[in-house]
Design a protein around this ligand. Sequence first.
Ligand SMILES: [Zn+2]
Length: 153
Amino acid sequence: MKILITYILLLISTLCYSQNNIVNNTEFNLDKFSIEICKELNIDNTSIIIEQTRGLIFGKYYAVSFGQNKSYIIRISDILKYQESKDALIHELVHISQLSTNKLVIIDHRTIGFNGSLYQVSEETHYNDVQEKEARIIAETITKIMNKNGYKW
Ligand SMILES: [Zn+2]
């Protein structure tokens, strides 16, 4: 009996604590999709708000993510259609997993830490930054895994 109660309490605590709080404020149905991606990326106990922004963000980006301490915001441009928004969301969630594990640390607007090393970043070379290269590779891998698992996009 005591063991059973322990198991039930453990199950309840697992259900209560091992999940994310995702608020989707976009026009698209991204709820189930973002939950699936978080599972693949082992993002846990994290609060994520997904918002849509008019036009390009800072005049040049289709999507950005920021935040700290398990609380993040993802902004996606309303220029992107549904499927493009999903692709952008996977990419941004990879950044959130990089941030939440402290693999990626934003030192200031010119300096980042990645895997324990410091890097100078610039807006011009943003595409080639280490965290961007990794985000593209992981996002592609996750897309393949979800396709293989028969995920209906
Ligand atoms: Zn990126």
